[in-house]
Design a protein around this ligand. Structure first.
Ligand SMILES: Cc1cn([C@H]2C[C@H](O)[C@@H](COP(=O)(O)OP(=O)(O)OP(=O)(O)O)O2)c(=O)[nH]c1=O
Length: 193
C-alpha cells in the first residue's frame, strides 16, 4: 500500500503567500489564517521574533491529519523591529528611518506536522533604500502600497524602484522564501519539482 500524499493547510491571510506557494506548484488543501498576538517581547531580537511568530501561527491552527504551514516577515533596522504599517503616519516614520540606509528582512516559515513536530527555516535579506526625498516619500504614501506591510513598503510594487541593492531572497521579502519553503516541504515528504 502506498503512503497517501500529505495534505497542507496554509495558515495565512496573505494572498502573496498563496501566490508564492503556487510558484512551487503547491495548492494548499485549505487556508486557515491564524489569529495570534503579534506583539514583540521586550528586547526580542528580530530573527527570534520572526521565528516565534511563524511557529505560533502554525501551532494556532488545528491541522488534524494535515501539515500546517505559516510564515512571518519582519523588517529590522539594527536590533529594531519595524511595525506593520496600518496608517500613513507609521508608514512615513518607517520610510524616513529606512531612507538611505541598509536594513534586513527576516522571513521565517514553520511547518507543523500531524505528529506535533515542527520544522522551521529563516531567510535573511539585506536591502538598501536610496536616500528618499520628501517628494518621494509623499508619492509613496499616496500610493497606498504600504498598507499592511512590514516596514511600510512592498518590494513587489513601486518600492523596488527605490531599492538600488538587495542581497538575499526577493520572495522572502514578499513573504514566503521559496528556497527555504521548498526545502521544508520536501523534508516533510511533499512531492515537489
Ligand atoms: C517588506 C515587505 C513586506 N510585505 C508583507 C509580507 C507580509 O504579508 C507582511 C508582514 O506581515 P506578516 O505578519 O508576516 O503577514 P500577514 O499578517 O500579511 O499575513 P499572515 O500572518 O496571515 O500570514 O508584509 C510585502 O508584501 N512586501 C514587502 O516588501
Amino acid at each position: 500500500m502506498s503512503t497517501p500524499a500529505p495534505t497542507l493547510i496554509l495558515a495565512s491571510a496573505s494572498p502573496r503567500r498563496r501566490e508564492l506557494l503556487a510558484r512551487l506548484g503547491v495548492e494548499p488543501d485549505a487556508i486557515a489564517p491564524a489569529d495570534i498576538d503579534e506583539s514583540p517581547r521586550k528586547g526580542e531580537l528580530p530573527r527570534n521574533y520572526a521565528t516565534r511568530m511563524a511557529r505560533e501561527k502554525a501551532a494556532a491552527v488545528d491541522g488534524g491529519n494535515a501539515h500546517v504551514l505559516a510564515g512571518d516577515t519582519v523588517v529590522a533596522c539594527g536590533r529594531r523591529i519595524l511595525p506593520k504599517a496600518e496608517d500613513q503616519a507609521t508608514a512615513r516614520r518607517c520610510l524616513e528611518l529606512l531612507s538611505g540606509r541598509r536594513h534586513r528582512v527576516l522571513s521565517a516559515i514553520a511547518l507543523a506536522a500531524p505528529d506535533g513536530s515542527m520544522r522551521e527555516r529563516l531567510s535573511e535579506t539585506q536591502l538598501k533604500f536610496k536616500r528618499l526625498s520628501a517628494e518621494e516619500i509623499d508619492a509613496y504614501i499616496a500610493s497606498g502600497e504600504w498598507e499592511g506591510k512590514a516596514g511600510g513598503y512592498a518590494i513587489q510594487g513601486m518600492a523596488e524602484a527605490l531599492i538600488p541593492w538587495i542581497q538575499g531572497s526577493h520572495s522572502g521579502v514578499v513573504g514566503l522564501p521559496l528556497f527555504e519553503t521548498r526545502a521544508l516541504l520536501k523534508a516533510a515528504g511533499f512531492t515537489l519539482g
